[in-house]
Design a protein around this ligand. Structure first.
Ligand SMILES: Nc1ncnc2c1ncn2[C@@H]1O[C@H](COP(=O)(O)OP(=O)(O)OP(=O)(O)O)[C@@H](O)[C@H]1O
Ligand SMILES: [Mg+2]
Length: 320
């Protein structure tokens, strides 16, 4: 469904009163990813590691500095807005905070109808379609005339999902789509997403912080750190045999996970200091890794397949 080949996005920050030199930020750095049709790829990583930037690149809201995007085997990297228009309907997004992503002055009906109007759906078909979409996301069609503030958080997120589904997309990007919901609502929305995926053969890119949630919904998981994918594997491989030191730290910080990994607390690098570390030419995790060797500072470890379906970017996996 989707393939990214060495996608990078750099931002140039100009000189300021804080910094005398202009600085290049590598928001996304040479990312290769693949999502198979009908599957869910979970994308995890700490705040600021580049997840939303990657989502915006896939949606073609911003262009990458380099690399290629393939959607259904067609390269879309350099398509103009006009050329991309038909495909745009097939790639949609649901955001984290439905309250800020839904226009407060529009009724539910108008919020869901907006993409239909944008893609020139016939007027008389819009109302029944909105009704159908509301039913599909488990909302009573009577909600059509309500405003976002008259809905609960879970209901608002269902409206966000209905809106994203309006154009019959094939790839849905869920950027922290359940993160703002309480646990029981999260579970309901996750189950709804699973049902919708089965019903409409949807492909998901599921971006989240919560590793329990990612485990529940994903087929494969990619772990991102400082703009790079450091490990990618099936859910089973990643949760039972995590190999990258950063993945292991993430998993060890999961309260619900049995501490099978037995990562020594004294070995745990201090991730809080990461922004103070200068960028290096080598592994993006070098400054935080207590197993790092000289080569880790000098070279970027390639993302290599180490067993079927398990990809890793680390020189020292065995010693971690
Ligand atoms: N327009 C921009 N100009 C400069 N830097 C940017 C811009 N957009 C994003 N960045 C930087 O790129 C990096 C990645 O940001 P991004 O929003 O993709 O992170 P994220 O992984 O989605 O974080 P979060 O989990 O908090 O949503 C951050 O360091 C951010 O400051
Ligand atoms: Mg984000």
């Amino acid at each position: 469904m989707l393939r990214l080949n060495k996608i990078s996005k750099y931002y140039q920050l100009n000189k300021s009163f804080i910094s005398a030199i202009s600085k290049k930020i590598k928001a996304v750095d040479s990312v290769c990813l693949e999502i198979k049709s009908g599957q869910t790829l979970g994308l995890v990583g700490e705040s600021g590691c580049g997840k939303s930037t990657l989502a915006r690149i896939i949606l073609k809201l911003i262009s990458p500095s380099s690399g290629q995007i393939f959607f259904q085997n067609q390269e879309i990297t350099d398509l103009t807005e006009k050329q991309f228009r038909v495909l745009r309907q097939k790639i949609q997004i649901v955001f984290q905070d439905p309250y800020s992503s839904l226009s407060p002055r529009l009724t539910v009906k108008n919020i869901i109808a907006e993409p239909l109007q944008a893609f020139k759906q016939k007027k008389k078909l819009i109302e029944p379609r909105v009704r159908e979409l509301l039913l599909n996301v488990g909302l009573n069609p009577e909600y059509a005339d309500r405003l976002p503030h008259q809905l609960s958080g879970g209901e608002r997120q269902r409206v966000g999902i209905a809106r994203a589904l309006a154009t019959n997309p094939e790839l849905l990007i869920l950027d922290e789509a359940v993160s703002s919901l309480d646990l029981s609502t999260q579970a309901q929305v996750l189950n709804l997403l699973k049902d919708l995926q089965a019903k409409y053969k949807l492909t998901y890119l599921f971006i989240a912080h919560n590793l329990d949630v990612v485990r529940y919904i994903s087929d494969h998981v990619a772990v991102m750190y400082k703009g790079r994918i450091v490990e990618q594997a099936s859910v089973k491989q990643l949760y039972e045999n995590p190999l990258h030191p950063y993945t292991r730290i993430l998993l060890n910080s999961m309260p619900s996970l049995e501490k099978k990994l037995l990562l020594n607390k004294t070995q745990t690098p201090n991730l809080e200091n990461q922004s103070l570390q200068p960028d290096n030419q080598g592994c993006c995790f070098y400054a935080q890794c207590n197993k790092a060797k000289a080569e880790c500072a000098e070279q970027i470890p390639e993302l290599k397949q180490i067993e079927s379906g398990h990809w890793l970017s680390c020189f020292k996996p065995k010693e971690v």
